[in-house]
Design a protein around this ligand. Structure first.
Ligand SMILES: Cc1cc2nc3c(=O)[nH]c(=O)nc-3n(C[C@H](O)[C@H](O)[C@H](O)COP(=O)(O)OP(=O)(O)OC[C@H]3O[C@@H](n4cnc5c(N)ncnc54)[C@H](O)[C@@H]3O)c2cc1C
Length: 419
């Protein structure tokens, strides 16, 4: 079957790879000159099924107000006259009940755990390298209240069968020895030994090469302008600045830019850009750098070892599609990494980056079929697109190939939004 994939972030590229391996004829359209140059470029590097949970949860509205008042705030909302933002925000608030949280988390964990298994199999099949490490992740608590507050998370982890360790201060040190120098700054942590880390950009670039070798055609520098359709035939072509492209099936994997292109087709996709920032710091003293990911619970900032670099990522900012690099967000990231790993690297030599997480109000991505038989979606992966990429690729290839996916698709498609 001929399949046209729109977008070559980690999601579109993963879908392309699995489709090609299943024997389909695949073309990928991407406006950038290479894969993974937008949101998949500089993320925090966690492949973390253990932390797969929606941001919308009980108590979050109150916490959000506190966060916004902090000096190094993890949440920034720029009040704008953007109806999509307000609609998205209200829908997110409606997801802040215990019942919705459990339902949404269950859906996310289902895909994230499957994705980790797919990534393992992919590594074994291809030997793909991306500064990967399999040393778990450590959520670090600066206050006793945070440590005591883990009991609810632990219940959820137990119920989902996710391995975990609750550690006191000294218990964290064998996993992150550099923290010994700043022991007085934290009281303990929650470790998820099954989580992994790695550079999403390197992964996507390497996977694109493997996909190309399996027959995928990448068309870079192509700006997609519209998806043409008619009532009888469904999608008939994709119009771009380099002409029109046709196929038997079309997969939209345009991250935060997906809703605008499917709206004229009558699909109301509640995916909104949630801006995040990262800095990448060259390591100057490996003994003073993290071993894996340390997630600072107070500032919601993840500090991850990626080869000879430290990636520091965080902040959720609602400000539309603006990609300005705000120096105040950089200050927060620098503050966390120098506070916890003062000897690890020199922040003055860091590069600063921003990306737009394609977020749904319920945290769960939107993958699979739509009402239009030849149009599929693969977007809305929000905070966990890197974690869920391999599984998404595999599920999409199975669906397009007419095979039942290995996981239940309940709650993962746009049907939950009436689309
Ligand atoms: C600060 C930060 C930290 C993060 N940390 C993590 C983490 O630790 N773990 C994790 O799992 N996830 C993390 N994420 C989330 C993860 O990065 C995203 O979910 C993921 O990258 C989304 O991938 P995507 O392929 O859907 O989108 P993208 O990577 O944005 O890909 C979409 C592609 O579509 C292309 N495109 C868009 N419009 C057009 C058009 N009109 N014509 C042609 N091409 C177009 C774009 O150029 C882009 O390449 C983080 C995100 C941020 C911002």
């Amino acid at each position: 079957m001929q399949v046209l994939i729109l977008g070559s972030g980690v999601i579109g590229t993963s879908v392309a790879y699995y489709l090609a391996r299943a024997g389909h004829e695949v073309t990928v359209l991407e406006r950038q000159p290479a894969p993974a140059l937008e949101t998949s470029f500089g993320n925090a590097g966690e492949v973390s099924p253990g932390y797969s949970a929606p941001w919308a949860g009980p108590g979050v509205p109150v916490k959000a107000i506190k966060w916004m008042l902090m000096q190094h705030s993890p949440l920034v909302v720029k009040p704008m006259l953007d109806p999509a933002m307000w609609r998205w925000g209200l829908s997110m608030l409606r997801n802040c009940t215990q019942a919705r949280y459990e339902l949404n988390k269950g859906r996310m964990v289902r895909l994230a755990e499957y994705s980790r298994d797919c990534l393992k199999a992919l590594r074994a099949d291809t030997g793909i390298r991306y500064d990967e490490r399999m040393q778990g992740t450590l959520q670090l608590f600066r206050t006793q209240q945070q440590l005591d507050g883990t009991s609810k998370d632990v219940e959820v982890l137990k119920a989902s069968g996710v391995p975990y360790q609750v550690l006191d201060r000294d218990g964290c040190l064998p996993y992150e020895p550099a923290l010994a120098a700043v022991k007085e700054k934290f009281v303990g942590g929650l470790r998820l030994p099954g989580d992994e880390t790695g550079d999403c950009f390197k992964f996507t670039q390497a996977l694109a090469k493997l996909a190309e070798a399996a027959g995928v055609t990448f068309r870079f520098g192509v700006n997609i302008q519209a998806i043409e359709h008619d009532a009888a035939k469904g999608v008939t072509a994709v119009r771009t600045d380099k002409g029109s492209f046709t196929a038997d099936r079309y997969v939209v994997a345009l991250g935060s830019y997906s809703p605008a292109l499917v709206k004229p087709l009558g699909i109301d996709l509640p995916v909104y850009p949630v801006k995040g920032f990262s800095i990448t710091v060259p390591i100057t003293d490996a003994g003073g750098a993290p071993e894996s990911t340390v997630m600072d619970e107070t500032f919601k900032v993840a500090v991850t070892r990626l080869g000879d670099r430290i990636r520091v990522g965080g902040t959720a900012q609602l400000s539309g599609f603006d990609l300005a690099l705000n120096p105040r967000r950089r200050d927060t990231l620098e503050h966390v990494v120098t506070d916890l790993f003062p000897r690890g690297g020199n922040v003055r030599d860091a590069s600063f980056w921003t990306g737009l997480r394609p977020m749904t109000p319920d945290g769960t991505p939107v993958i699979g079929a739509t009402r239009i038989p030849n149009l599929m979606l693969s977007t809305g992966h929000g905070t966990l697109g890197w974690t869920m990429a391999a599984g998404t690729g595999r599920v999409m290839a199975d669906l397009i190939g007419g095979k039942a996916p290995e996981i239940d698709m309940e709650g993962l498609t746009v049907a939950r939004y009436g689309g």
